[in-house]
Design a binder for this molecule. Structure first.
Ligand code: HEC
Length: 345
């Protein structure tokens, strides 16, 4: 029995040591890994070890005449559970769930403390002592609890209920700095040097001047250039790719960005931020084509830190479109709005 308790006590001390390290942030909380799939079993096992450890510890403290009072046993055990949930369990549990677990374990601790009359008396004693305030120390404690605590809690509630007149801070950078390169479908693209493979002249060579001359007129009504109709069945090269991009656009993008590319798609106003209006000179017109390639591929969730609060619903299209389709739909967006992509100047 004694040997068993000794083992328990050693395990308890090691466990407490590790947990303290995690609470203080000296030991990363996933040092002794919780294995995915086995986590519940592992946790139950670990907690059982801890309980054995505590039993062993209190056995030895008892036999050395340094027993921890019943009241503090309960409090410490509950604190242990809260710390365990917060610092040991990884990935982290949300606060609301931890609050639920905390309440349930508080009830369990109460049941443990009140499991027999004698223990319950021991548990209540310190509380009654403070309320009776027979000694000077308890008197001070009583004042603290009965006066200071309500004031503090009142203060906290007042501060949290008080309406503020300030607007919540949302400094979203609409066009954050892009990364130097981006990886789409396993291939890396350096944004400074990558080119739209479909922006080509009749010889099939990258040629922005040539393709710009075929882009729709940027006047009201966005007129098509003469002899540059992408829907002509005989259209070849750049114009044919514009048409293919258009098909992709009307299959995927117009719900949000609108069939006039003005950001007024049928779903547009369900979102904040609303989908980009490509006819506005503030969007694709002032951006490099590779920037658009990066944004379309990675979507709202791919926004870097400056894009906070990342509330954009723009989908990461690399999950639905091929690289070629992404380049083509971009070609179409420039063609239709009559804007030229910005070049590196
Ligand atoms: C579910 C709605 C939705 C769909 C569908 C959608 N987008 Fe977006 N898109 C957005 C929203 C919202 C924004 C603005 C917020 C942002 O910049 O992420 C945006 C932004 C963009 C931008 C950035 C413009 C800029 O000024 O930085 C581009 C480019 C773009 N979308 C292209 C596309 C393309 C191409 C498709 C289709 C393949 C598409 N979007 C489909 C919602 C959508």
């Amino acid at each position: 029995m004694k040997a068993l308790m000794a083992i328990g006590a050693v395990v308890g001390v090691i466990g407490l040591f590790l947990l303290t390290g995690m609470v203080l942030g000296i030991i990363p909380s996933n040092t002794v890994r919780l294995v995915e799939g086995y986590m519940p079993m592992q946790m139950l096992f670990e907690l059982a070890l801890f309980v054995a450890g505590f039993a062993g510890l209190s056995y030895f403290l008892n036999s050395m005449g340094m027993a921890i009072p019943r009241f503090w046993q309960g409090i410490l055990f509950w604190a242990f559970i809260l710390l365990y949930l917060k610092y040991r369990v990884y990935p982290p549990i949300p606060f609301s769930v931890r609050a639920m677990y905390g309440t349930v374990s508080l009830i369990a601790v109460f049941m443990w403390m009140s499991s027999n009359e004698e223990d319950w008396k021991k548990f209540k004693q310190p509380i009654l002592n403070v309320l009776d305030a027979q000694s000077g120390f308890n008197k001070v404690l009583r004042y603290v609890y009965l006066v200071l605590l309500p004031i503090l809690i009142g203060g906290f509630s007042y501060m949290s209920m008080k309406p503020t007149t300030e607007e919540p801070i949302e400094l979203r950078t609409v066009h954050p700095a892009p990364p130097a390169s981006t990886k789409v479908h396993g291939k890396s693209y350096v944004l400074q040097t990558a080119q739209n493979p479909y922006r080509v002249n009749l010889e099939g060579k990258y040629d922005q001047e040539f393709t710009n001359s075929l882009i729709v007129e940027q006047s009201m009504g966005r007129l098509m250039k003469p002899n540059a109709n992408p829907w002509d069945p005989k259209a070849e090269g750049y114009l044919k790719y514009v048409r293919e991009g258009g098909e992709i656009f009307f299959q995927n993008c117009h719900f949000c960005h609108g069939d006039n590319l003005n950001g007024r798609g049928i779903h547009a106003f369900a979102f904040n931020p609303i989908p980009a209006n490509f006819t506005d000179p503030g969007t694709i017109a002032q951006l490099q084509e590779t920037f658009i390639f990066w944004r379309v591929s990675k979507g709202g969730i791919g926004l870097p830190n400056e894009g906070f609060p990342w509330a954009s619903v723009m989908p990461p299209w690399e999950q639905h479109l091929t690289t070629d389709e992404i380049w083509k739909v971009i070609l179409f967006e420039y063609w239709h709005t009559g804007y030229y992509p910005r070049t590196w100047d």
